[in-house]
Design a protein. Structure first.
Lengths: 114, 113
């Protein structure tokens, strides 16, 4: 059972364009939604994160839009660059019994072409 | 300085063998994790340890046994390796069990032949 659904599986964007990756969840116990970026041969690294009481968070060219009622959130990469080519994972966290557990989406492989 | 390090980076072995992967973090974090990333890039938590104590065990076969000699180290030992164990295994750490950013290691690609 996939608790965090992510789409698309892969994405090709022209340099300078906007990359959009979407995620949806069902579990209302999720209280924190990070996005991770993973380059080939490397571990995932936190890119940007949002809490469900905020509808949007922007850091440089990266923006998370969050729709709590629809249980959906998305990552927008403005002015996409070839260096942004990587796999992106949305994730969602629960906290129970004093510990956190992070559930990852299935990943989106982004390719930005010159 | 490497924050979360793993050894080895690559591991190729035969079915039925026993192998170990080592992980160390120098961030002073209390909590460490093991994740498995399969061939489709799906990333799933296996174990979580807080200050040497097991916190999460996500229905992983008991052939997998994590060991934490101290809070800076979390090793993963796998007995009787199977073809389905082939994956990339990531170690991660976070400041505390209840929250904080997770920092991932570079991964260990395990191939079982």
């Amino acid at each position: 059972q996939q608790q965090v659904k992510q789409s698309p599986q892969s994405l090709i964007v022209q340099k300078g364009g906007i990359s959009i990756i979407n995620c949806a969840y069902e579990n209302t116990a999720f209280d924190y939604f990070p996005w991770y970026q993973q380059f080939p041969g490397k571990g995932p690294a936190l890119l940007i994160a949002i809490r469900p009481d905020v509808s949007e968070k922007k850091e440089g060219r990266f923006t998370i839009s969050f729709n709590k009622s629809a249980k959906q959130f998305s990552l927008h990469i403005m002015d996409s660059q070839p260096g942004d080519s990587a796999t992106y994972f949305c994730a969602a966290r629960t906290r129970s019994g004093g510990y956190q557990k992070v559930t990852f989406g299935t990943g989106t492989k982004l390719q930005v072409i010159p | 300085d490497t924050a979360v390090s793993q050894t080895p980076k690559y591991l190729v072995t035969q079915m039925g063998n026993d192998k170990s992967i080592k992980c160390e973090q120098n961030l002073g974090h209390d909590t460490m994790y093991w994740y498995k990333q399969d061939s489709k890039k799906f990333l799933k938590i296996m174990f979580s340890y807080n200050n040497k104590e097991l916190i999460i065990n996500e229905t992983v076969p008991n052939r997998f046994s994590p060991k934490s000699p101290d809070k800076a180290h979390l090793n993963l030992h796998i007995n009787s390796l199977e073809l389905g164990d082939s994956a990339v295994y990531f170690c991660a750490s976070s400041p505390k069990t209840s929250g904080g950013e997770q920092f991932f290691g570079p991964g260990t690609r395990l191939t079982v032949l």
